[in-house]
Design a protein. Sequence first.
Length: 310
Amino acid sequence: MSALSGAGAAVVRWFDSWAGDPADGAADPFRPDLVRVVPFALLHLGCLLVIPAGWSLPAIAVAAGLYLVRMFAITAFYHRYFSHRAFEVSRPMRLLMALAGATAVQRGALWWAAHHRRHHRHADREGDLHSPRLHGFWWAHAGWITSRAHFRTDVSLVPDLAKYPELRFLDRFDTLVPLLLAAGLFGLGEAWAALDPASGVTGLQMLAWGFFVSTVVLFHATCTINSLAHRLGRRRFATADDSRNSWILALLTLGEGWHNNHHRYPGAAAQGFRWWELDLTLLGLRALEAVGLVRDLRPVPEALRREGAA
Ligand SMILES: [Zn+2]
Ligand SMILES: [Zn+2]
């Protein structure tokens, strides 16, 4: 497989993201690979299906619900657990969290965590893949994922996760869960149409709103943490990067907008460090802790809560 490169490799990687030469594209990490990003472009074009499909309250509610649930899966699981290990879980729960995160269509937990760990290691300095300071706003927002060099999961950055075969499988075949979600939503819409024809719900409508629109909005909301959260808001801590705290972004991303706090102390389960810094992901994690699904949420050190300007 190592001979596989170029456009052929790009197509195979739509289905098997680990296929081909791991070093493919490394020589030019800032060049977009147009073939590889066809699924990403189709995801955006799929939103146009709302034109023939129309809308209904159930379809909008499913889209909004999936936004919230999947944003939580990204922030609590892909970010705070897989990237930062900010709490502990059992192995079955770890698999459930990887599955939940995979429904967000932001690739596998290993890929997500590896890139994010690299972001913290180099934040806004050479080696950071998505720094607005170094590469401009749009590259930091979404441009970086179009580069062939950034498609492959660098398992050397996530050895603690890559030792689990079930996580490696989900990471390698990262389109599997999104396709199942899309098919499930279409099926749900068709069943709804059969049971309650007066509702106006159809399979195409549920697919358009529940999968395409919800996923694209979720994607760009997540990306604001790489782009806007290093540009918009206040800096409590004089970190070496440009990270900022923003109420708007914290609401949009269930707590991730307290990004300057997070760069100051990435290992904590909390990102809101003051009582008034609403962090819905933390509240969700506390609820999961109360029912025994997660444990040992890592606290913010008390001295840090008093450090920095208000
Ligand atoms: Zn950052
Ligand atoms: Zn982080």
